[in-house]
Design a protein around this ligand. Structure first.
Ligand code: SF4
Length: 92
């Protein structure tokens, strides 16, 4: 199998959890998290943001967008991360 067919994944613990997941949540500072992690709970395609993952508890709140804004995860920032993500995908 050539190197071009390798799949990159985050390192996992013996329990198969993400290596960076702790009892208190993600161990990585937000700005250091993989783009795909920063984008959650937004749902998206390469064309843009679609909405929010219905399995995320804040999706049950009518003001979910305000909550994400308050968490410094507004849709316009998510769109920037989305662009970076698909740029990275296109390069590999
Ligand atoms: S946000 Fe990403 S890096 Fe952090 S614990 Fe979850 S899967 Fe791992």
């Amino acid at each position: 199998m050539g190197s071009e067919s390798r799949v990159r994944v985050l390192k996992r613990s013996a329990e198969k959890n993400c290596y960076f997941l702790t009892q208190e949540g993600c161990h990585l500072p937000f700005a250091r998290r993989p783009l795909i992690c920063r984008l959650y709970p937004y749902t998206y395609t390469s064309n843009g943001i679609l909405g929010i993952d219905r399995s995320c508890p804040i999706s049950r709140e009518q003001e979910w967008q305000s909550i994400l804004d308050h968490l410094d995860m507004p849709a316009d920032r998510a769109l920037e991360w989305l662009t970076l993500l698909y740029d990275e995908v296109a390069q590999h």
